[in-house]
Write a protein that binds this ligand. Sequence first.
Ligand code: TYM
Length: 327
Amino acid sequence: MKKRVFTAAQPSGHVHLGNYLGAFRQWASVQDDYDCIFGIVDLHAVTVYQDPEDLQKRTLEFAAILLACGIEPEKAHIMVQSMAPEHAELAWMLTCVTPIGWLQRMTQFKSKSEKQVEVTDGLLQYPVLMAADILLYNAAIVPVGDDQSQHLELTRDIAERFNRLYGETFVIPETKLPTVGARIMGLDDPTKKMSKSETGAGHAIGLLDAPEAARKKIMRATTDSQPHVDFDTMGPGVANLLTIHQALSGWSDEQVKGHFQGMRYGDLKKTVAETVVGFLEPFQERFRGFYSDRGELERTLHQGTEYARSIAADTIRITKRRMGLFS
Ligand code: TYM
């Protein structure tokens, strides 16, 4: 039997190149070898306020983005978290074995809560819901970008604690990071990761950005005060541009070094921009094709969610029995 993969992303804000290189590309690459369930986690998105109409629209848009990334519904199941009530149900049970201190330590909670006037309980519980997403399907492998590593560690801690208290119930999942592109940085400030919630115009390359706008963002990306690429002394901005190029081109370390060592920054940016535009154009054409057939998108999400729920129902039954609850 194939091992199971579960992973997910929030349909919030503008999906960017970091999401693609750190996550979606890996999702597509594992679909032949694993039993894959990919979640669109809208219950996570509402931990901060979302315009309701916009959120629904983005969920469908997001499904079309995943298909354009090469995910094939014949091979992998795409599900919507809010359509499967088992996620919230398991989250509650896991909440009851999770010490608050574990949640208060999460770096994403700390940074997200700093930006809010009022911090909701949902924001604190966010990683428990994430643990529920994964444990519900007994996923063995979770492909994510590096920013989710701490949440995955917490998921393992929660699963181990539950298993200790109530007997072996959950598979302990493994984190899978991409070898290149696990943490793509912002173009305007390469000390910060590229993020959906950063609003600066030059920060992220949106997967749906007009190609010419993406080119301009790269040409304006922050580098450092040196005139050309030097692999021994380069700063994070140059390293980030090289990572983006390497991840999209598939070049080896030697090829990258051989090609770019000594290149002037202007030429480096032109080359990276060309590669990014070369990726975005056909990607967006595929996206438009999938997005134009709303009926088919909805069918894909319903079928994916139905498959997911058939597995989730078993986990809920077993977990409730272990805890002495009724099902
Ligand atoms: P989200 O929606 O922020 O991001 C989706 C995926 O993109 C990766 N990613 C990046 N990778 C490289 N560089 C970046 N700058 C970058 N920014 C984002 C993320 O690591 C992620 O893999 N909490 C999760 C969603 C989630 C989830 C889950 C993930 C909910 N339940 C269960 C895995 C398993 C999140 O907010 O991802």
